[in-house]
Design a protein around this ligand. Structure first.
Ligand code: SAH
Length: 277
């Protein structure tokens, strides 16, 4: 009796990459460089303020990324890859960007449900810890995310509160994009930090601090979608200046740093499988 040969499915090639960015100003330079257009598929599952744009990452003749064109673009390129960039959008009551964990998690849920990306990247700005080697303008490819403001001093809940999640393994991408620093990203819902927050961030071994990553990572874990986290430093948490002042001074510069870096990450991923990263 002959047995049919069992063929193992190759891991699928990355065809759709979602990029979730909290603030419009952080995403604008990237959206403009990639030439993305409003995405007709958005907001199927939730009435969110998020703004979603998409397009196809095109291949240059030399293999580099030239630009992105809208979905109707001819599909002849073999490494065709769709990019979806979502921002959390403006809060309907207060009119400002809806930063923080709640909107980021909801936005991640909507994007994962509607677009079924192969990978989700949370890109944005963060405060950096000088004692961990962070400087303004650095870009981090984060290894792990944790919370610093979910303190639950009941033994069975403590670890849940910290909510540590490792990002997708990307050893090859790290070798290629050598400028990217690495470390833990600590998430909380405040731009400033109390003494207790600082103690928790130190226990978290945080190199950077921001307001969304751990929440987005959790939703990716639920959907079993690899999570990648890229954060550009706007302010120094353990420096002499108030976070809000430094943040506003450096926001445009950090947006540019994301504009330079995220396309390199997309280009590296396009045409590969998740295990190649
Ligand atoms: N006043 C600002 C508010 C932005 S909140 C404005 O509306 O212009 C800060 C945003 O940048 C969040 O999305 C957060 O993820 C990130 N961020 C940058 N530096 C941070 C820091 N030091 N602490 C916390 N979040 C920071």
């Amino acid at each position: 009796m002959t047995h049919p040969k069992i063929k193992f499915n190759k891991k699928p090639i990355i065809k759709t990459i979602a990029v979730l960015v909290a603030m419009e100003a952080e995403a604008a330079p990237l959206v403009s460089l990639l030439g993305l257009k409003p995405c007709p598929k958005s907001h199927r599952h939730a009435p969110l303020p998020s703004v979603v744009r998409s397009g196809v990452l095109l291949e240059n003749d030399d293999g580099g990324t030239k630009n992105v064109q809208h979905q109707q673009q001819k599909k002849k390129k073999k490494k065709r890859c769709e990019v979806v960039v979502a921002t959390c959008g403006a809060d309907s009551t207060h009119g400002v960007d809806s930063v923080g964990t709640v909107n980021a998690a909801l936005c991640a849920y909507e994007i994962l449900k509607t677009h079924e990306p192969d990978v989700l990247i949370n890109a944005g700005t963060a405060g950096g810890f000088r004692e961990k080697g962070a400087a303004i303008g650095d870009v981090f490819l984060v290894d792990e995310v944790k919370y610093h403001d979910r303190r639950i001093p009941i033994p069975t809940f403590t670890k849940y509160g910290v909510g540590a999640i490792r990002t997708a393994e990307t050893p090859n991408m790290r070798k290629t994009l050598k400028d990217l620093k690495r470390g833990v990203c600590s998430t909380g819902n405040s731009l400033d930090a109390t003494e207790v927050d600082r103690e928790m961030m130190s226990r978290n071994d945080a190199s950077v601090k921001e307001m969304e990553a751990a929440a987005v990572a959790k939703v990716c874990e639920m959907f079993d979608v690899p999570f990648v986290c890229v954060k550009a430093i706007t302010d120094i948490v353990d420096g002499p200046h108030a976070a809000e002042k430094e943040f506003l001074e450096n926001l445009a510069m950090a947006g540019k740093r994301l504009q330079e870096t995220v396309p390199k990450v997309l280009e590296f991923m396009r045409g590969k499988t998740v295990t190649d990263l």
